[in-house]
Each structure stands twice: as C-alpha cells, then as structure tokens.
Design a protein around this ligand. Structure first.
Ligand code: NZQ
Ligand code: ZN
Length: 386
C-alpha cells in the first residue's frame, strides 16, 4: 500500500426523517443561505421539510442552480451571500447543487477573481461552512471536498478541491430519492460505478482491503441498480444505493492506491462540448479506456473479470474482453447508452479531434495512473466509441 493521508470531516446523518435534525448541526446564530436547483425539491416535499427544520434560524434562499452548475449563476449567489452576511450554506439537491454550493462557499471568502480557483488552481484558504441535504445518490460530493463548475461564457468545465469545502454534515434520507426520474437513477448508478473503477482499475498495489471494498461496491451497484429502477419506492434498495454512492467517492476506497480518473477528465470535456449528462459521458468513455489501456491494467482487469463478473477460466484476453462487454451491457441495461452516436451528437465524427484539442488547451496532457494518456490517445479512445 502507498503512503496516504486520509481526512473526512463530514458527519453523515443517514436515514428517514433526518432532515428534521439539521438545525442541531448549524450554529444557532448563523445566517443561513439555502441553495437549490431547478425546483425538484419544491415538488417532492424536501423544501418544506428543510423550511420546517430551519424554523427559528435566520435563513435566505437561492434557487436555480442548474445541472453542471454555472459560474455565472453561482456568482449571483456569492453576491447575495456577501450582501446578507451569510455564514452557513445549506445545499439541498444533487451533485450540481452540492458542487455549486462549495464554490459559493469558497468564492464568498476568496480575495480576487474566484474563477482563478478553477482556471489557475488558486489555493482556497477558507470557505463558509457548508451542509448538504442530498436528493440524488451519484457524485459523492456530499462527503468530499471536490466540485466541478462550468462557465457558460468560455464553455469550460473545470474542477477544484479543498479541505475547506468538505460539507460539515450531509443528510442522506433515501426517501428524498423516490421522486427521481429513471434517467437520474441510472446516471447515479453509472457515476458511482465509474468512481469505484477509477480508484480500483489500475494496477495491483498490495491493498487487498481497498480492492475488496471496491468490488463490494461494484457488486452492490450491479445488484441494486436494476432494482432501484424497477421499484422506485423500495426504501431498502434506495438506502443501500445511496450509501454505495457516498462510499464510492468519500476517499475511503482510494486510500493508498493508484488512481486513474482519465475517464472523468475526458468525460468533463464531452459534457462541456456536447452537453451529455456527466454519467452518460462516463458510460461512453470507460469501456474505451479499459480496452485502450488493457496492457497497463492487465492484472486488475483479470481480477475484475474473475471477482466481479465470474470469468475466471479460459483464455485471458477473452476473459478481459468479456468483462468489458459485461460492463457495457450493464450500463445499457440501465438505459445508459455506451456509444456517442446514441446521444444524437451532431458531427460526431469530429468529436475525437475536438475533445483532444480541449484536453490539450486545458493542459491535461498526461492522464491516467501512469500519465500515459495524451490528448491524442484520448482522441483515439473516443474514435473507438462513436
Ligand atoms: O435541479 P433540480 O430541479 O433539483 O433537478 C435535478 C436535476 O435536473 C434532478 N433531481 C435531483 N434530485 C432530484 C431530482 N429530481 C427529482 N427528484 C429528486 N430527488 O436531477 C437533475 C440532475 O441533478 P444533478 O445534481 O446535476 O446530478 P448529479 O448529482 O448527477 O450531479 C452531476 C454534477 O456533479 C459533478 C458532475 O460533473 C456534474 O456537474 N460531479 C461532481 C463530483 C464531486 N463533487 O465529487 C464528482 C463527479 O464525478 C461529478 O463530476
Ligand atoms: Zn463522476
């Protein structure tokens, strides 16, 4: 196992009815900014639960944070936070609201142009404390310090991470997910699956416990993903799905192991260029990365084939290919296509060159656990996924 430093200060408040307890985790004198998205929380009763829980506190609200949250929108929330002297941010929604709220929390305390946090990796020295009420299990954002922010004016989608941006608490009430449309449920399963793969599917690192954790999450998602779609109001299924998504990216399974993240970096550029949902990009790119890097990843691909897809016999190359095909079939079975063409992208043939150029422009010239995926190789990977 490699050396590591593990830090996760997020208190998880898991289960039905937990929204009612949030006030006891927010300082009594705080001026709270409740942030949310396009209105799903008003339809499913989560807004009312939050409002009831905050009765007695001083709070303001900022709605309209879009999927793939935009800098332009978030800066309006930063202005409100400064005007109202906000000292606690409460994000209520999916990964986009959580991510956007991390940026708001950091930007409100940032001196200078906050876009530099994303474009120039300007260090974040402080942020307003943040809590999250999660309504979409997918990103793990509720229990990590990362955020991915888009800028409409430039078409960029960039990420940052800071110790100061870990939520201080996150409510995971599986009931809040009952109202999710099937597309978002499927997206969440795929995103959590690929987060696990980015930290698992590299090369052996004498970390058998992390391997077993990762394989456990993958098995759980394979088992429960279809059930969550078939039975949208099955509490037990939603509960394990929600916990799986959090554990996939709260830092635990990544301790002491090499990590890939090439699929994500290529995927972010695809969302920025073509507007696909985050998880849709992952379903397209991951199988391509696995095939293109099968030599580097050979030992772990064989392990994955044997332990996750029960392919332990016969020709090794055939086992690896069978595991990659099984992965594609799993995504497709959830209703998430694994080829770019299925998303109706205009001029898809130009996609590899466009995405390659974007990666180069952003300085992402050596992706993957070995840093061997250049923009040109990323283009080749995508060319095989049209
Ligand atoms: O905006 P509202 O009206 O709330 O509707 C949302 C949105 O349209 C809806 N939704 C959320 N909860 C719902 C619901 N609809 C009905 N019932 C509910 N309970 O779902 C739609 C998508 O929401 P969004 O937050 O965009 O989805 P997700 O959680 O998948 O987040 C995606 C964003 O997270 C970033 C992605 O890049 C993308 O921008 N990521 C963040 C990561 C992190 N911070 O660690 C890691 C990930 O890899 C990812 O990159
Ligand atoms: Zn992701």
């Amino acid at each position: 196992m490699q050396n590591f430093s593990y830090y996760n200060p997020t208190r998880i408040l898991f289960g039905e009815g937990q929204i009612a307890s949030i006030a006891s985790h927010i300082p009594a004198h705080a001026r709270v900014l409740v942030t949310y998205g396009g209105g799903s929380i008003r339809k499913n009763g989560v807004y009312d639960q939050v409002a009831a829980a905050l009765a007695g506190l001083t709070w303001f609200e900022f709605g309209g944070i879009e999927p793939n949250p935009r800098y332009e929108t978030l800066m309006r929330a930063v202005a409100l936070a400064r005007l109202e002297r906000i000292d606690f941010v409460l994000a209520v929604g999916g990964g986009s609201v959580a991510d956007g709220s991390k940026f708001i929390a950091a930007a409100a305390r940032f001196e200078g142009e906050p876009w530099d946090i994303l474009a120039r990796h300007a260090p974040v020295h402080a942020a307003l404390p943040l809590g999250v009420v999660l309504t979409l299990p997918a990103t793990g954002s509720e229990s990590n310090g990362f955020a991915v922010i888009s800028r409409e004016a430039t078409g960029d989608k960039l990420s940052f991470g800071s110790e100061h941006c870990y939520p201080v608490f996150a409510v995971l009430d599986p009931r809040t997910t009952f109202s999710l449309p099937p597309r978002q449920v499927a997206n969440g399963v795929v995103d959590a699956f690929v987060h696990t793969m980015e930290q698992y599917m590299t090369y052996p690192a004498d970390a058998p416990l992390q391997d077993r954790f990762a394989e456990g999450i993958l098995h759980t998602l394979i088992e429960l993903g279809p059930q969550a779609l078939a039975r949208p109001d099955d509490y037990a299924v939603r509960a394990s799905l929600m916990w799986s998504a959090t554990l996939a990216l709260n830092g635990l399974i990544g301790c002491g192991v090499p990590q890939d993240w090439a699929t994500h970096m290529i995927g972010h550029e695809i969302t920025a260029e073509f507007g696909l949902d985050h998880a849709q990009t992952l379903a397209v790119v991951l199988p391509g990365v696995l095939r293109a890097r099968r030599a580097d990843k050979r030992a772990k691909l064989l392990q994955y084939a044997a332990r996750v897809w029960n392919r332990a016999d016969g020709d090794e190359d055939a086992r690896i290919e069978a595991a990659i095909v099984a992965t594609e079939r799993f995504f497709e079975s959830l209703g998430v296509p694994t080829r770019l063409a299925a998303y109706g992208v205009a001029e898809a043939a130009a996609a590899p060159a466009k995405i390659s150029a974007r990666l180069a422009a952003h300085g992402f010239k050596a992706l993957g656990e070995h840093g061997r995926i250049t923009p040109a190789i990323a283009g080749e990977i995508l060319a095989a996924r049209l």
